[in-house]
Write a protein that binds this ligand. Structure first.
Ligand SMILES: [Zn+2]
Length: 112
């Protein structure tokens, strides 16, 4: 997918991303954008720190939120890669199925 999202589009995706509500296309759009736009990347980081920081303050846990956000982004990227590979595999399997069908047809014709 091309990175044509504007900052305004991406801003609307930040909160849903943090709440795990984005689908894979939206996640890809967001991650592609923040890899080239540090303003939106910072915005995501601030929102994450606010959201998680408040929760942790209440429970008194120690914080390494920046790293956790990085992990979260890394996992999102893995999901995107996995989805892309899955598409490629489905394409290959369909190709192989067509090929086998053709081979069977040729064998059938040769036997008769
Ligand atoms: Zn931006």
């Amino acid at each position: 997918m091309e990175n044509r999202a504007s900052c305004k589009d991406v801003e609307d995706l930040l909160q849903p991303y943090l709440e795990n509500k984005l689908n894979i296309e939206e996640t890809e759009l967001l991650l592609n954008h923040i890899s080239t736009c540090s303003e939106c990347g910072d915005e995501l980081e601030i929102r994450y720190l606010l959201m998680e920081g408040l929760k942790r303050l209440e429970s008194g846990e120690t914080l390494d939120l920046k790293k956790e956000l990085d992990d979260r982004i890394w996992h999102s990227r893995q999901r995107i890669l996995f989805a892309e590979r899955l598409k490629a595999v489905i394409f290959l399997v369909e190709g192989a199925a067509c090929f086998l069908l053709l081979v069977n047809l040729i064998l059938f014709l040769m036997e008769h």
